[in-house]
Design a protein around this ligand. Structure first.
Ligand code: C2E
Ligand code: MG
Ligand code: MG
Ligand code: MG
Length: 275
């Protein structure tokens, strides 16, 4: 009986591995199809200045509108897109679409603001990334100062030299560079003084007021950013209490559900200022 049981467990284990594998293959095929058939969308979440109280930017967030499963959040498919390399083509599309949309808004007479696009490590390490960005800006007509690229803290830690070179070239061209999810990676602070970073994005985990130390951490990040001539934005702001704290601490900007969740482009325009 015992032997029997073990064998069944083993089979169960084995079949769940191959199930996972099949699911992955299906998803990879579906991702390729999604790109070809235009199932991806970019939604935008406004970023508000705590000084002027105006919208100063918005983050481009990828959405997969699956024909059967509905909206699939990026955390559910970006890891696989990264593993398979598909993130390069998908990322190119996001970058192009976000720049095109931002320029289209400017052409309609809205106050020019910054669009912020997430790049995964694979994208940032492309040899021709800077050329690609330049080409997209040229073809869409968007000025470089209205594009920000977000990279995560953990990525900044790897391959320091090549990252620095790419960042410097992007900054020279006029594109802004921010560090996303700041505070969640391996916290060596060395690169903050080396890399030409324009903004730190404090990770939303630090907005949790139940963790008493969080307020001290947020304060320190704000002060450090300003000392190093960087702007600082808080992510995941959901309550008036969080907002008030950030205003008191002179945080520059906020992004979060308290103000607006990410929205499809057609729902955003009522928030804009006309020039
Ligand atoms: P992220 O770049 O840190 O983006 C912020 C995430 O926090 C978004 O999740 C956003 O919807 C969510 N968020 C915003 N405000 C609040 C709030 O007040 N409370 C809470 N709980 N959450 C809030 P989303 O859109 O699901 O994206 C998840 C992650 O997927 C992003 O995290 C980013 O790392 C990645 N991602 C999204 N779009 C792209 C893309 O085009 N390319 C790449 N490489 N990664 C992307
Ligand atoms: Mg981001
Ligand atoms: Mg983030
Ligand atoms: Mg993130």
């Amino acid at each position: 009986v015992i032997k029997e049981k073990h064998r069944n467990n083993y089979n169960l284990f084995e079949s769940s591995i191959s199930e996972n594998f099949k699911t992955m293959l299906t998803m990879e095929r579906e991702l390729r199809k999604a790109l070809k058939e235009g199932q991806f969308e970019v939604h935008y979440q406004p970023q508000k200045s705590l000084h002027s109280k105006e919208i100063v930017g918005f983050e481009a967030l990828l959405r997969w509108s699956h024909p059967v499963k509905g909206y699939i959040p990026p955390d559910d498919f970006i890891p696989l897109a990264e593993k398979t390399g598909l993130i390069i083509d998908i990322g190119d599309w996001v970058l192009k679409e976000a720049c095109r949309q931002n320029k289209a808004w400017q052409d309609k007479g809205y106050q020019p603001i910054i669009v912020s696009v997430n790049l995964s490590a694979k994208q940032f390490h492309q040899k021709n990334l800077v050329e690609k960005v330049e080409q997209i800006l040229e073809s869409t007509g968007l000025e470089p100062c209205y594009l920000e690229l977000e990279i995560t803290e953990s990525m900044a830690m790897t391959n320091e030299e090549s990252i620095l070179k790419t960042m410097n070239r992007l900054r020279k061209f006029g594109v802004l560079v921010s560090i996303d999810d700041f505070g969640t990676g391996y916290s060596s602070l060395k690169y903050l003084s080396i890399f030409p970073i324009t903004k730190l994005k404090i990770d939303k985990m630090f907005m949790d007021e139940n963790q008493k130390q969080n307020q001290a951490i947020v304060k320190s990040i704000i002060h450090m950013s300003h000392s190093l001539n960087m702007k600082v934005i808080a992510e995941g702001v959901e309550t008036i209490e969080q907002l008030t704290f950030l205003e008191n601490e002179k945080c520059d900007e906020m992004q979060g559900f308290y103000y607006s969740k990410p929205l499809p482009p057609e729902q955003l325009t009522e928030l804009f200022q006309t020039v």
